[in-house]
Design a protein around this ligand. Structure first.
Ligand SMILES: Nc1ncnc2c1ncn2[C@@H]1O[C@H](COP(=O)(O)OP(=O)(O)OP(=O)(O)O)[C@@H](O)[C@H]1O
Length: 365
């Protein structure tokens, strides 16, 4: 999409204006009915085509000029971003792109240098994380924050009050359960059954596998009956046996009317479940659109691959080709099995299992 269409300043990393087969040109083609096979028109989600900062028909989050730097590093520098309601949006980008920092800012776990954002029309900048959760916007963490020394049920009960780690003493000892105890317990039982953790209800969370802890963290987040669920690398550390179950749970959040925003390096997962993809690089949004279009976007390919320009991330052939290329490229810092960018084991094999998550699993066992 051109700046004339969006009214936005072109991003220097946005290659859409430099020709080639891009999200912008694909969307333009969709608008003129010259749609390539396999290209999903963006009209139902975006009102003005695709491209960084494009307007959505029904956004649940609208963010403007959100910046956060650490020392000299501009970790986040997002001019405009809208997250579409009732959709599954993937936030992707190479390591260090600013995805987790943006999650932290939006959910009140970090404070921006500048910027404003709204959740369902309510201003959220500078709102504390536990209030953000109560307002219906919850998140999970790259490294799960379930409390190992509490049982699965106790973790769930905490979810009904605050985000993890907060007001623990108040929640446990000052009668917060009170009248609501039965209701909270009943709600937790339903969610635990749904996530197949009911048989573990009295086990310490520390005894769960990495994947089960991810499920518990997701189930616990649902205790506040959120409208927006933000998942930071939900597949990292998940064993193949639980991959499908986790994917099904994420899809069912949408079926139940929730909006999902997730950070993920596993492109198989992104292609399979995302309705919309936002790509960050060096703190900025460099592309967005439907998965089939975005993964052919030159800015995305550049951001991920550096010199590997000829690779198409839009289908499994392209991914396999890329995996082969990267395997023979010592200079590449992304795209290896260990980094989990491509999840070359794929959805079939349970998605990416990052070195970091493997270490975490080991630490928490
Ligand atoms: N607390 C911090 N102190 C200093 N630098 C930080 C801090 N948090 C993030 N950064 C830096 O900000 C940049 C963005 O990091 P961030 O973790 O948000 O990226 P990311 O896209 O989530 O990466 P990954 O995919 O590896 O998780 C990186 O350069 C990172 O080193």
């Amino acid at each position: 999409m051109s700046a004339e269409h969006t009214g936005h300043t072109p991003d220097p990393l946005d290659r859409n204006s430099r020709g080639g087969r891009t999200a912008g040109s694909a969307a333009a083609a969709a608008g003129s009915h010259a749609v390539d096979p396999g290209v999903v028109p963006a009209a139902p989600i975006a009102t003005d085509g695709t491209g960084p900062g494009c307007r959505k028909r029904d956004p649940i989050v609208v963010a403007d000029n959100v910046t956060r730097s650490f020392g000299g590093v501009n970790a986040v520098d997002v001019e405009h971003l809208e997250i579409p309601r009732h959709m599954i949006t993937a936030l992707i980008g190479p390591n260090g792109a600013g995805k987790t920092t943006l999650f932290n800012l939006l959910t009140g776990f970090d404070t921006p240098d500048s910027g404003d954002w709204e959740f369902d029309g309510a201003p959220l900048a500078k709102v504390a994380s536990h209030r953000v959760a109560r307002m219906g916007m919850v998140r999970t963490f790259q490294l799960t924050k379930v409390m190992g020394k509490l049982t699965v049920m106790e973790n769930m009960r905490l979810g009904a009050t605050d985000q993890p780690g907060e007001s623990l003493a108040r929640a446990l000892f000052k009668g917060v359960w009170g009248r609501r105890e039965k209701e909270i317990t009943a709600q937790a039982e339903v969610l635990l059954a749904k996530f197949k953790l009911d048989t573990k209800r009295d086990d310490y969370a520390a005894s769960l596998s990495g994947g089960q802890r991810k499920l518990l963290e997701m189930a616990r987040a649902l205790m506040v009956r959120p409208r927006l669920v933000m998942l930071d690398e939900p597949m990292a550390g998940v064993n193949p046996a639980l991959t499908q179950s986790l994917l099904d749970h994420i899809r069912s959040l949408k079926d139940e009317g929730m909006t999902v925003l997730f950070v993920e390096h596993d492109m198989h997962m992104v292609r399979h479940i995302a309705d919309w993809v936002v790509v960050m690089a060096e703190g900025k949004v460099v592309a967005e659109g439907p998965p089939a279009i975005v993964m052919k976007d030159q800015a995305v390919i550049d951001a991920y691959l550096g010199a590997h320009h000829d690779v198409d991330l839009g289908d499994s052939t392209g991914v396999d080709h890329l995996a082969e290329e990267l395997a023979g490229d010592d200079a590449s810092v992304v795209g290896t099995d260990e980094e989990g960018i491509l999840g070359t084991g794929g959805a079939e094999a349970g998605g990416a299992h990052t070195a970091e998550s493997a270490q975490t699993d080991e630490e928490t066992r």
